[in-house]
Ligand binder design. Sequence first.
Ligand SMILES: Cc1ncc(COP(=O)(O)O)c(C=O)c1O
Length: 399
Amino acid sequence: MKKSKWNFDEIIDRTKTSSVKWDNEFMKKYFKYDELLPLWVADMDFRAPDELLDALRERVDHGIFGYTVTPDSYYEAIINWFKRRHGWSLEKDWIKFAPGVVPAINFIIQYFSRPGDNIIIQEPVYYPFANQIKSNGRNVVNNQLVIKNNRYEMDFEDLKKKCKEPRTKLLILCSPHNPVGRVWTKKELTKLGKICNENNVLVVSDEIHCDLIFPGHKHIPYATISKEFAQKSITCVAPSKTFNIAGLKSSNVIIPNKILCDEFVAKCGTLSIRGPGIIGAVATEAVYNDCEEWLEELLKYLWQNYEFLKSYFAGYNPDIEVFSLEGTYLPWVDFRKLGIDPKELDRCIKEDGKVCLDDGGMFGESGKGFQRFNLACPKSIVENALERITNALDRSSKK
Ligand SMILES: Cc1ncc(COP(=O)(O)O)c(C=O)c1O
């Protein structure tokens, strides 16, 4: 492979930088184990693109960080990115700020449903969806994904039944799907959308991973499928996963329906949430305008890490199944054929192997016996983690 201008192999010490992923005290409290090699939360260990660092430096050198208006150039950067990468023509008025996709989903739950309503999610799925629904007093309704021919698919018959229930008001779609790595096809999204629209269920499409797509797959923004889909949906996007700027807390909600959009803005206004902070705005513009080449190289590197993980497990024990990764940098690995109790598997990886993965059970009952890896790190860290995990599994099988 041609040498990249960026060195994704570089190990950068993130301890003592208040990184959630690498903070030993935080992990000890959260996972109960100490000194873990972290391949868990969806956060990358790579240096940010130079173009982003230069833009931030230039703004920092100005030296004044007062109240900020959101410039047109911020919206233009977002509009151009989605047009160029995803063929989606956004209008400026549809783009609203949120200080994160999870907060955005929380606002949407509060604004567009009532306590006691049903909200559909598709487990195994990003666990804050269920947490946000429950913490707002709504009911989690699970339209569980099914495995067919080693691939996760949606269960449309079950979805129909659940959408028909009059209390069902929202469906939170994860597209691409974290953690199973699916990039939903236009056919699948169309089927889902028709069922939701027929039953007046508003689709909240979390597309935070939309730029992390591997060859052979294409992200279809849900709202591009038809005018009707656009009018009956809200899409959450952000540059945070793509360019590893989650710490800057800047994301966007796209609402083509004027009535829904006005309501969102009015309610966010009551919380005094209006626009991005200056650093988040500068970063958003810089990455969307100037860092596409970095992203292309990143995707190649992530794919190499994924192929390495796959071949490592195939060589170690073919009973460990690595699901195909269509998008995200979070492969989903099935350990169930090893016959180890899921809790013991997680303990073995964390306590004996000293590696921190996300236990599949966190993403719902159907995730038990699986583990989610985060491969957005130098290959040497992946190698180290895999050696630790397989050594721990060997030791536990000899007990
Ligand atoms: C599907 C999904 N949505 C949202 C988030 C987090 O969004 P934010 O940090 O903007 O709240 C993540 C992070 O992993 C995610 O995977």
